[in-house]
Unconditional design. Structure first.
Length: 365
């Protein structure tokens, strides 16, 4: 009996179970999968050794290369993230029917201009072209397909000079203390607010943690003796799974992370998750509260930005800030570090000895 399963990549996985034999294969088209399954069943019935695989038809269009790329990653157990899957699907729609030999520099530039007219900004186009290059390079390296990523590089250069490809503007929005106090007071006095948003907002600033990370913490991840918490599968562009990191629960940003954890322990009785709420629900509650308070252009991720900046303002060196935020590349911390000019006076004052200390030093000498 043959069973057919359509994979997320669009390919068809066929499995044949007959007379205690099991054979499986993957095809780009269902028609090919059905034909192969019939051949396998006939071979098993006749006692003929089964061909374990049948070569795919040679890829003809760009969508075939996308399918090969996704299938290869799936085969070795590498999952495709939601954002990457969405980009791949969009590329199938917009560029998938183009023949491989027609992926010229001119065609790619035309694709970029069309995407820009449709509303794609420079960062979005940059991501698109990065994936196109990855797909072509993968096809050449893994399958020996005669394609080159050089046309992608040249098209990218051209689109960059037209200001259609580039980096996004770095946000420098920092909530004021008044805005944070308003959010806390509003949510804690709102009887319709089930989520302890005020506590979550303060915890986000105190720990510089992401929204999803906060909602993922289990009580088993909290070390009550060392006052630390383990963040599991922390976001990392090079390592998406198993990137666990332990961070201290500090009281240096104006909010006491450890005290907030103790408050949650009373609420949850130390069972399950520390903040047992879906991250999307937290985000929706945050946006509603900002709208009700007329707080303009503030995102939850800006709280991570604020917490990171406050760590620097507290005098922490960059390596210790990275220990809390999880940044592997210290250069990435620059975009989170929007120190105010007046704060430099505080840092200088904190680093200088007091008058009493100077007198004692002179007396000792």
């Amino acid at each position: 009996m043959a069973t057919f399963t359509k994979l997320d990549s669009g390919s068809w996985r066929v499995q044949v179970r007959r007379k205690r034999q099991y054979v499986a294969n993957t095809f780009l088209r269902r028609h090919d999968a059905e034909e192969w399954a019939r051949d396998v069943e006939r071979s098993i019935d006749r006692g003929i050794p089964v061909r374990r695989a049948r070569p795919h038809e040679p890829p003809r269009i760009f969508a075939d290369l996308i399918t090969l790329h996704i299938d290869d990653l799936t085969e070795v157990g590498k999952s495709i993230g939601r954002s990457k899957a969405a980009v791949m699907e969009a590329l199938k729609v917009s560029l998938g029917r183009v023949k491989i030999q027609d992926l010229t520099r001119e065609r790619l530039i035309e694709f970029g201009k069309r995407r820009a007219k449709q509303g794609a900004g420079p960062p979005t186009l940059s991501i698109d072209f990065s994936f196109i290059r990855t797909i072509l390079t993968h096809a050449a390296a893994i399958h020996g397909i005669d394609v080159s990523a050089e046309n992608v590089r040249l098209a990218r250069v051209a689109l960059k000079r037209l200001d259609l490809i580039g980096k996004g503007n770095e946000r420098d929005r920092r909530p004021s203390q008044d805005e944070l106090s308003q959010l806390t007071e509003y949510t804690e006095n709102n009887p319709r607010q089930f989520i302890p948003l005020g506590r979550i907002v303060r915890f986000a600033v105190a720990t510089a943690m992401r929204q999803a990370e906060i909602c993922r913490i289990e009580w088993s991840d909290v070390d009550m003796q060392k006052r630390t918490v383990k963040i599991r599968d922390r976001k990392d562009p090079r390592r998406k799974d198993g990137n666990h990191q332990t961070i201290p629960l500090l009281n240096v940003t104006g909010y006491d992370a450890w005290q907030l954890v103790l408050e949650q322990r009373i609420v949850t009785r130390g069972r399950g998750r520390v903040f047992p709420h879906h991250s999307k629900s937290v985000g929706a509650a945050f946006r509603r509260s900002c709208k009700a308070l007329d707080i303009d252009d503030l995102r939850f991720h800006d709280l991570r930005h604020e917490g990171t900046s406050r760590l620097f303002e507290a005098g922490f060196p960059i390596e210790k800030v990275a220990m809390v935020t999880g940044h592997k590349d210290w250069r990435q911390l620059r975009r989170y570090t929007n120190l105010k000019p007046e704060d430099l006076h505080k840092l200088q004052k904190a680093s200088q000895p007091s008058m009493e200390e100077l007198i004692e030093t002179l007396a000792a000498s």
